[in-house]
Design a protein around this ligand. Sequence first.
Ligand SMILES: Cc1ncc(COP(=O)(O)O)c(C=O)c1O
Length: 395
Amino acid sequence: MKSLSPEAKARLRSRSRFVHLGRDGEASHGFVNLPPYRGSTVLFPDAATLESGNQRFTYGTHGTPTTEALCEAWTALAGAAGTALVPTGMAAIALALFTAVKAGDHLLMTDSAYQPARRFCDGMLKRMGVETTYYDPRLGAGIASLFRPNTKAVFVESPGSQSLEVQDIPAIAEAARARGACVIADNTWATPLFFPPHANGVDLAIEAGTKYLSGHSDLLLGLVSANAAWLEPLRRVERELAIPAGPEDVFLALRGLRTMELRLREAERQALALAQWLRARPEVLHVLHPALPDHPDHALWKRDFAGSSGLFSVVLQPTSDRAVAAMLDGLELFGLGYSWGGFETLVIPFDCAPYRSATRWAPGGPSLRFSVGLEDIEDLKDDLARGFERLKAAS
Ligand SMILES: Cc1ncc(COP(=O)(O)O)c(C=O)c1O
């Protein structure tokens, strides 16, 4: 196979891009996939090149052909100027925050953020002299009133990965731009397929590659893409921290990328079907899925997003913890476990109340989050229907 020219790659439609970006047939000697290049040392041909560092690869922490392939593909998919890879999604959150704030700065953080991201702000950033204010994710342009002279970054996660509030990112980005603050988005739920972050005003976009890029629950990876204004600051902190992603994980992520669009579109279909079924169940009080017309942020989701992924939540009618446990314990196809975006369906109970500070989480009953996989939807419904029988019997 000939390598595609940059012009030919730029012409490709979405599905072809997932298949062809980051591939170079000549560099991989005709093999379809690049191998996982492993290594610390890169040899230089002579003393002058060693001195100048003027060659494509110079040291393991600075990139390999495998990491470069994934960065090139992701940069194009995200509409970014460049991408950094780190070992986990949480490390990507840390890298983006370290890039945007320093001692004496103030950070605005959505109250709906992934809880370990809050831990990072309340722990590491606080110790380093950065103050965090949590804000209501539904504040939209109203965020303008929270800016202080030293506010240097606004962090969004839309939708929130448990509570599913959609944020008005274009309005937040406009308010931030007017004050010179960096907009950081955890875009893991939508991925650039359903929400192109940089075209919507985001400066640094985070993707936990652990989820849909992997698709198989067998790797950990974080990506931070930057627009042109924020690429150099990102590169500097990337170099200073020197925490590159593992070669095997990057290789697997490149492999996952090839089927990512297909898996995401199927996850979208499956999740919508299950969400609609759940909405009709008497045991369910609310379904939290922004693509359903009765979700409070549906109009915003429809305006800004090109699709929805396989992650959504439900609030059950009030019942005991014992009854919920009886439901969950007998499930055959729904794995009980953290993370999401894999080929297999997962469910976890959750409660945002203990850590929310700008908003109150009181949904009216116990909450469950689903990551819907690729099983037959009728099997999933049958399994859940049996679960609801156990719930009723134990109530
Ligand atoms: C929204 C979101 N962002 C980031 C992460 C962190 O990813 P990782 O598990 O790779 O650290 C997660 C993990 O669950 C997540 O749900």
